[in-house]
Design a protein. Structure first.
Length: 323
């Protein structure tokens, strides 16, 4: 849940292009309504994010408390600007924990350093350990190797669990994005890591996108199976029904990459075309690979014709194993 596009920072590399000038946000009533409907459809994991959701701490507490009561496991993404001192970090985090937040994912990168001192991330890390809360650092390679090395040394990242994702080419500085495109490695479908990022996401525009790599305008997702609709324009319940009935989404949800690649590459009738078209192409992320698949007319037609039967059989097999 992208709760707000607003942020106290304006990082060069930012998926949703957040900055202090952006004001659009959800409100607690809307967020809680989405969570209530989501729970009816089996949703049980909430990642509260932004922008910087903690610009509205009372609203975060209200939304988290409601999510807790609905049975959600709750995580918070934050740049940790509010952890100004060790005591302040513990005090604020204790309130979040009481409201139901179980995990905190602070960000630290060369781009965040301009706005939030590393000391505040350290304060938050220490508070998580004191309060026995899950802590994972959001850290990315930048186009500033000296700053990257400084963060590694100051944070002692050799002892941290770090998760790497492909490059999302969105941010507040186009020159930085161009530099990052030179640094990050493009990979073929067989080489791509599964970023585990295909799951339902919502934002203040009302967009419902099945990727946590959603951007500010989500233009690249529109007219693909990843873009499910706008909850300001249609029932969120209808959107969730469409998600449940989408063979593409249900296959990707239950079959981590490279399952879809292997399925198409080994198809007797379609495999030659797929391999000739896609096997040597390279991408920054598995999400970009999926998007290119969806926009290829022959591939989209094959998915529409073949995936429903595959998903139906997999659902039948899963039902047998749970009886």
């Amino acid at each position: 849940m992208i709760y707000t596009f607003g942020c106290n920072a304006a990082c060069d590399h930012c998926l949703v292009e957040s900055n202090p000038r952006k004001k659009k946000k959800l409100d607690p009533a809307t967020a809680i309504d989405l969570l209530t409907t989501g729970a009816k459809y089996g949703k049980s994991f909430l990642d509260l994010s932004g922008g910087e959701a903690m610009l509205f701490p009372e609203e975060v507490l209200e939304v988290a408390s409601a999510a807790r009561d609905l049975g959600y496991y709750i995580c918070l993404n934050t740049n940790a600007y509010w952890a100004r001192t060790p005591d302040k970090a513990v005090e604020t985090l204790a309130g979040l924990k009481a409201a139901g937040v179980q995990a905190v994912f602070p960000s630290a990168s060369a781009y965040h350093l301009r706005y939030v001192p590393l000391e505040r991330v350290k304060n938050l890390r220490a508070a998580c350990r004191e309060l026995d809360m899950v802590y994972e650092l959001n850290w990315v390679y930048s186009d500033q190797p000296e700053a990257d090395e400084h963060i590694k040394q100051e944070m002692g990242l050799e002892g941290e669990t770090l998760y790497y994702d492909g490059l999302v080419t969105a941010g507040n500085n186009s020159e930085t994005i161009a530099n990052l495109e030179k640094i990050y490695t493009r990979r073929t479908p067989e080489q791509l890591d599964d970023c585990l990022s295909v799951h339902l996401a919502v934002n203040p525009h009302g967009h419902v996108v099945t990727s946590c790599n959603m951007t500010y305008d989500n233009a690249k997702f529109k007219d693909t199976p990843f873009f499910l609709g706008n909850f300001h324009e249609q029932s969120f319940e209808d959107i969730l029904r469409a998600e449940a009935q989408s063979p593409v989404l249900q296959f990707i949800y239950h079959n981590p990459h490279p399952a879809l690649h292997n399925l198409m590459a080994n198809d007797q009738a379609f495999g030659d075309y797929y391999r000739e078209t896609f096997s040597e192409r390279s991408y920054f992320s598995v999400i970009d690979y999926y998007l290119e698949l969806f926009r290829d007319q022959r591939t989209a037609a094959w998915l529409q014709s073949n995936l429903p039967a595959v998903v139906e059989e997999q659902q039948r097999q899963r039902a047998l194993t749970t009886v």
